[in-house]
Design a protein around this ligand. Structure first.
Ligand SMILES: Cc1cc2nc3c(=O)[nH]c(=O)nc-3n(C[C@H](O)[C@H](O)[C@H](O)COP(=O)(O)O)c2cc1C
Ligand code: SF4
Length: 434
């Protein structure tokens, strides 16, 4: 049997095949974090496409930890019915649904009206956009740990199949883990053991709340590449650091590791591929008031030659090969832990996925953009195609549209007409109301 379509057994969950829809969505919901039918429609596109499990986009566990408004949250019991409905609809397709529990920390692209400053391990603003933050007190750390646990409890009560900690890509958990960001002098900073204390506190608190028989995984940046964009920033965590953290996570009760990369989002290595300067120049205005450098950046992104240089610098620091860019980190993690490993990053060629599983680099792959481009990617593989007829070009136009426009594929060369592309993007609003 084709290994892609073999079931994967975790300690507390069986998934029908090795393809997970990686975390991705758009600003589909209400400002207060209540969910909308459009989010359900979004997830159903992928469930219908045959993926074994969907890992949600970031779901804030507090309003303070929101990355941008209009993503459904799990910070109140009142939101449980929405998530239950979403899970039930996804289950109709024999697809599992894993909720990504997240906290932005200082990385708040659009902070919203409630909290002027983000919370972080540090007082230092995020370097690219200048998002401001305050160092968390011990009380705030404890409250946040409990908020993660309550988020997990609500996900379980909603009948979902598991939870994932967003411990990657520069959000709050990375801000504690990364030696390039965490400058604390207390028990939560300094050594790797201390920097990992926050996430291990969360894992234990979640386990205490949901028990040992609920699927619980962690997305981690194998390597931070903290200097990729800004060379004078301190070095971040290496894969050797992350391997130690993954072993501790396993001991503390994590059932799977999901390997990504980067100490910020987006990052030249994640999502891989070029930066689309035209889209960035047109949508970045949405962020102009978010941080102390955002207005400067807007001017920079709109100034000829300077924006060319920025685009070149981004590409220069990215991976030349996008598909499977995190496989070597995934392999290193897999050799060190006993729980299954999921790898994200560029997958859309069946033979590449098959080989990665065969060679023991990972147990499964997660896919975001190539599934947005081709919701029927798995059917195309089943029909014998190794790569889709119109593959995702990794142009990242979807990524840079997301702040301002609905998420979908914006690569016009993949469509017969502009109208066809727009219809595909707007299809998320089609179905009957929730
Ligand atoms: C528009 C967009 C939104 C994303 N949102 C999230 C997210 O909420 N949480 C997360 O962990 N990763 C997020 N990602 C990263 C993807 O889940 C994925 O790991 C990354 O894009 C690499 O995989 P791909 O090449 O298959 O897209 C997002 C990516 C894109 C393009
Ligand atoms: S816009 Fe379309 S082709 Fe470009 S990266 Fe996104 S999904 Fe792929």
């Amino acid at each position: 049997m084709d290994n892609i379509f073999e079931p994967l057994e975790f300690k507390n969950l069986t998934v029908k095949n090795r393809i997970f829809r990686s975390n991705i969505a758009g600003r589909l919901d209400n400002y207060d974090g209540s969910g909308n039918q459009a989010r359900i429609n979004w997830e159903l596109k992928f469930a219908r496409g045959g993926v074994g499990a969907i890992i949600s986009s970031f779901v804030p566990i507090t309003i303070h930890g929101r990355i941008v408004p209009k993503f459904a949250t799990i910070h109140r019991d009142e939101h449980i019915p929405f998530w239950r409905k979403l899970g039930e609809r996804v289950h109709e397709y024999d697809c599992k649904f894993i909720m990504q529990l997240s906290h932005s920390g200082r990385q708040r692209d659009i902070p919203g009206i409630e909290f002027p400053k983000g919370l972080s391990s540090t007082n230092n603003s995020e370097p690219l956009h200048g998002f401001q933050c305050e160092r968390m007190t011990l009380q705030q750390i404890n409250e946040t740990v409990q908020a993660f646990a309550q988020g997990a409890r609500r996900a379980r009560e909603a009948g979902l199949d598991g939870v994932e900690l967003h411990g990657a890509n520069g959000y709050l958990i990375t801000q504690f883990l990364s030696k390039g960001i965490n400058d604390r002098k207390d028990d939560y900073g300094g050594s790797l053991e201390n920097r990992a204390r926050f996430v291990l506190d969360i894992v234990r608190a979640v386990r205490a709340e949901v028990g040992n028989d609920f699927h619980f995984q962690m997305k981690i940046s194998g390597t931070d590449y903290n200097r990729a964009l800004i060379p004078w920033e301190p070095r971040g965590n290496t894969i050797e650091d992350s391997i130690k953290v993954c072993k501790w996570l396993e001991e503390a009760g994590i059932d799977a590791i999901h390997v990504s990369s980067g100490s910020m989002f987006p990052h030249p290595r994640n999502p891989g591929g070029p930066i689309d300067m035209k889209t960035l120049a047109s949508t970045y205005d949405t962020m102009a008031s978010s941080g102390t450098h955002t207005f400067r950046n807007l001017i920079m992104f709109r100034t000829p030659l300077i924006n060319n240089f920025f685009g070149w610098w981004w590409r220069h620091n990215g991976d030349r090969i996008v598909e499977g860019a995190n496989l070597s980190d995934a392999r290193a993690v897999k050799q060190a832990v006993n729980v299954p490993v999921i790898c994200t990053g560029g997958f859309q060629t069946a033979s590449v996925v098959r080989n990665a599983i065969d060679q023991g680099d990972c147990d499964a792959v997660s896919i975001a953009r190539p599934l947005v481009a081709n919701n029927d990617l798995l059917d195309q593989w089943k029909s014998g195609r190794d790569r889709p007829a119109r593959p995702c070009t990794y142009c990242n136009k979807c990524a840079f549209n997301t702040l301002e426009n609905p998420t979908g594929c914006y690569e016009i060369s993949r469509f017969d007409s502009h109208e066809e592309m727009v219809a595909q993007i707007m299809s998320v609003f089609d179905e009957r109301p929730f």
